[in-house]
Write a protein that binds this ligand. Structure first.
Ligand code: IDC
Length: 353
């Protein structure tokens, strides 16, 4: 990556020390043999180089060698509003400074999104998949349906879109398909029927990519409608290599949601494709203590996660301060809101793969 193997990290540290101002020159410097440095450079490895084609293995996500892994990264905001936050410098920062494993490409369908100009938005997604690929990150193609909440309303659009995306990118090993962001006001069986329509459409062109399925009541596994994960456990989607999505906003979604995630992770494969440290509006005060409880659970169960969102929207959940895009700077913390500082730290924590 971007992500450096230990030797490379030591070499980078040594290089950084060479540029240390005089006042700090007393910092101990690791001794590096020239040969070791050469080797270190060659060992620099991106998340995709390290893990290759992912697949669902039992209840977890595994890499090409069958090892369970956890991906961590960021979701874009809606491409119709904050496309300017996804440029060369910001994506370089996401890969190299944030050390993200994954970029979620959030393409709204309504609210000025895909339905208004399918060609434009499909091309944006193509381009962002290429950008993620060039940086060795995984790419989640998020069909960001939200209002209306029945994914079947957009079924024919989804067929057109996913057919083109899957045809174009089937040779890549870093694409995951999220077929319905947050179904709402609709039963699990209607969502399941939609999944049975759209998964074969994708698989016809891209047979080996994991598919992520949204769940009832804004991808709460039903909890926000007073249901539980048992409706999914008892009536799963009839397809292999899929995971179910769970979204939470830590200042709104308390104990029962955390308990649901804990239970569900032992019964079905779960991917948290969206979470915020604030309220479900994506705004308001952060609850970092509860956010950390979720992150601890997800680390323990190796549940992959993606945070909302990589933009400079005014809300507290948008990581950059207003006016950061498109010029930056995007690396470091100078333009980050508190939620951004918090989540960057947690994405940067070294992976164990
Ligand atoms: C919010 C955006 C906001 C936009 C609103 C309506 O932050 O700018 O006006 O959507 O589309 C979700 C959704 C996600 C929401 C986010 C925060 O997937 O689209 O973004 N949220 O409200 N689910 C729970 C929270």
């Amino acid at each position: 990556m971007p992500r450096l193997a230990p030797l490379a990290a030591a070499a980078a540290f040594a290089a950084a020390c060479l540029h240390t101002p005089l006042a700090q020159a007393a910092t101990p410097q690791p001794v590096q043999e020239p040969a070791a440095q050469e080797q270190a450079v060659q060992q620099a490895v991106t998340p995709v180089q390290a893990n290759g084609q992912l697949r669902v293995c039992g209840l977890r996500l595994c890499n090409q060698n069958g090892k369970q892994i956890q991906l961590r990264g960021m979701s874009s905001h809606g491409l119709q509003w904050y496309h300017q936050c996804l440029n060369t410098a910001s994506l370089d920062a996401l890969a190299n400074d944030w050390r993200a494993d994954v970029l979620r490409i959030s393409m709204y369908i309504q609210e000025g999104g895909y339905e208004t100009n399918p060609r434009l938005f499909t091309d944006r997604v193509h381009n962002l998949i290429e950008q993620a690929t060039a940086r060795g990150m995984y790419a989640i193609v998020d069909w960001h349906m939200l209002t209306p909440g029945d994914p079947n309303v957009n079924l024919s659009r989804a067929r057109t879109f996913f057919t083109e995306i899957a045809r174009r990118h089937n040779g890549k090993n870093n694409v995951l398909y999220e077929i319905a962001n947050e179904p709402n006001g609709v039963s699990w069986s209607a969502i399941r029927n939609y999944a049975h329509q759209i998964i074969p459409t994708i698989r016809q062109h891209d047979p080996d990519a994991p598919v992520l399925v949204g769940t009832r009541a804004w991808s709460s596994l039903g909890v926000s409608d007073g249901a539980t994960e048992s409706e999914v456990v008892n009536n799963p989607v009839n397809a292999a290599n899929i995971m179910y999505t769970f979204h939470f906003y830590a200042a709104t979604h308390d104990g029962p949601y955390l308990d649901t995630l804990r239970r569900a992770a032992d019964r079905i494969p779960v991917f948290v494709t969206e979470f915020g440290t604030q309220t479900a509006s994506g705004d308001g005060a952060n609850n970092f203590a509860r956010s950390q409880q979720y992150l601890d659970l997800m680390a323990q169960k190796k549940i992959s996660w993606v945070n909302w969102n990589f933009s400079d929207d005014h809300r507290s959940g948008a990581v950059f301060t207003t006016g950061t895009c498109p010029g930056g700077p995007f690396a470091g913390t100078s333009r980050l809101k508190p939620a951004g500082v918090w989540v960057r730290d947690r994405i940067r924590t070294p992976d164990d793969f």
